[in-house]
Design a protein around this ligand. Structure first.
Ligand SMILES: Nc1ncnc2c1ncn2[C@@H]1O[C@H](COP(=O)(O)OP(=O)(O)OP(=O)(O)O)[C@@H](O)[C@H]1O
Ligand SMILES: [Mg+2]
Length: 423
């Protein structure tokens, strides 16, 4: 004879039901559905039942209906009330409720040997030993996707890191200093390696700073948000208040890579004309609070590192100050090789292209190869047969492309490296 009575479980029982959860477990393993999800179902009015004895809840069963499938999310029982058929009675009533809500196939997944197993078997549930459960936790929460979208950002495609051609020295450095500590935070902490929070990339235009910033986010699988001074300025309070608003949204995100390109535009020397003192101060303050939270990285980029306000680069704000220079021979070879293969060109002597494009940035190589691609495309259209570019076509395009960087630029970059690099 039952000495308990069964009834529906309501919001008012929440505290008691939660307290019973920890007393109930037999094996102490993590349940498939976390408590938060069980509570959310209960609060949302999904089927849930309780057994009460002497004014106390001694057992619960909480479910959720998903089309015609009824999940038994939780079965809990007080240890003193086990072995008397309580679990089966709870399940019978929950079953009724689930079926009434449209469920036909009832399912439950429990840690092996957990409280409730016997009740399920007694109630006619078949144990499926032929199934393995697979789980994967994605980094990005839906609310972070929304927050990023509100700031014009998104989670980048997963393969951008692999698409950065050549630049092996830079890639290797960024991988070791930035990507690995952020992607393996516990292991890094165990070794006393601090997670980086902010990095400054500097180098001439078109060398791949933006490309690297996106690739880092892609590699980590984190949302990427670029802050544009022009967009920040659109609000009533101007750039300073736009910055403060943007950083407070970013603070609520669990993971994020934030990128500010041409940061010298808003963080130039405070004592020179040009930069607004209020804006520089706001950015400095934002970086300090940004650094306090885990799982985030600020990447700033500049073509003109010498013009940044001195306070900006002082230790404590940016963990690393890394040069991203024009591509070396290997990087140029990979860039050309990719362009040549994209164009379906055959028998191109890459070494000649590499030699002729010394001083070219990836953007310059992109420009020259697009010239060749467009010309061959047009030639194919007008001749009616597939035309393929050869070495000479590429060499001509190279000779018609004015490299972004002069010798003086490259020399000045060398001086900047000597003065500012911190890796
Ligand atoms: N290592 C690389 N592999 C492949 N493509 C690259 C690489 N670096 C740059 N690119 C390409 O070259 C172009 C310029 O790169 P990017 O915009 O990243 O340069 P940047 O340093 O940010 O320039 P700026 O200083 O003008 O902002 C882009 O089209 C980018 O896709
Ligand atoms: Mg850029």
């Amino acid at each position: 004879m039952s000495t308990w009575h069964l009834r529906d479980l309501t919001d008012a029982d929440l505290e008691e039901a939660v307290a019973l959860e920890s007393a109930s477990t037999t094996v102490g393993q993590r349940a498939l559905f976390p408590l938060s999800e069980v509570v959310a179902s209960l609060v949302a009015g999904e089927p849930a039942v309780a057994a009460e004895a002497a004014g106390q809840i001694v057992g619960t069963a909480v479910g959720r209906v998903d089309r015609d499938r009824g999940w038994v999310l939780r079965i809990t029982m007080h240890p003193e009330w086990r072995g008397r058929g309580l679990g089966s009675e709870l399940l019978a009533l929950l079953e009724q409720r689930l079926v009434a809500a449209g469920a036909r196939r009832l399912v439950c997944a429990l840690p092996v040997g957990e409280t409730g197993t016997q009740a399920l078997l007694n109630s006619g549930f078949q144990e499926r030993r032929d199934i393995s459960w697979f789980e994967k936790l994605e980094h990005v929460r839906p609310q972070d996707v929304d927050a990023a979208a509100g700031l014009g950002g998104a989670v980048p495609a997963p393969n951008l890191w692999q698409r950065v051609q050549g630049m092996t020295t830079e890639k290797d450095l960024i991988e070791r200093r930035i990507v690995l500590p952020l992607s393996e935070p516990s292991l890094a902490e165990d070794h006393g390696v601090r997670e980086p929070r902010a990095v400054m990339l500097f180098g001439p235009p078109g060398t791949g700073k933006t490309t690297f910033a996106r690739a880092i986010a892609s590699r980590l699988g984190w949302p990427f948000v670029e802050l544009f001074p022009s967009r920040l300025a659109a609000g009533l309070g101007g750039v300073a208040s736009g910055l403060s608003e943007a950083f407070s949204t970013l603070a609520a995100m669990e993971h994020v890579v934030v990128f500010i390109d041409e940061v010298e535009e808003i963080a130039g020397h405070r004592d020179h004309t040009g930069s607004d003192v209020g804006v520089v101060n706001e950015l400095l303050k934002s970086i300090v609070s940004f650094r306090e939270r885990p799982h985030r990285l600020l990447v700033c980029a500049t073509n003109s590192i010498g013009s940044l306000d001195g306070a900006f680069l002082r230790h404590g704000r940016f963990d690393y100050v890394l040069p991203i220079g024009p591509p070396d021979r290997d990087a140029r070879r990979s860039l050309w090789s990719k362009a040549v293969s994209d164009a379906g060109a055959l028998d191109v002597d890459l070494s000649q292209l590499v030699g002729a494009s010394d001083g070219f940035t990836p953007a310059d190589i992109g420009h020259a190869s697009q010239q060749v691609a467009a010309a061959t495309f047009e030639a194919t259209l007008s001749s009616g047969t597939r035309v393929r570019a050869g070495t000479a076509d590429y060499l001509t395009a190279i000779s018609h492309t004015r490299p972004t960087l002069s010798r003086d630029d490259v020399e000045a970059f060398g001086h900047d490296i000597a003065q500012f690099q911190r890796s």
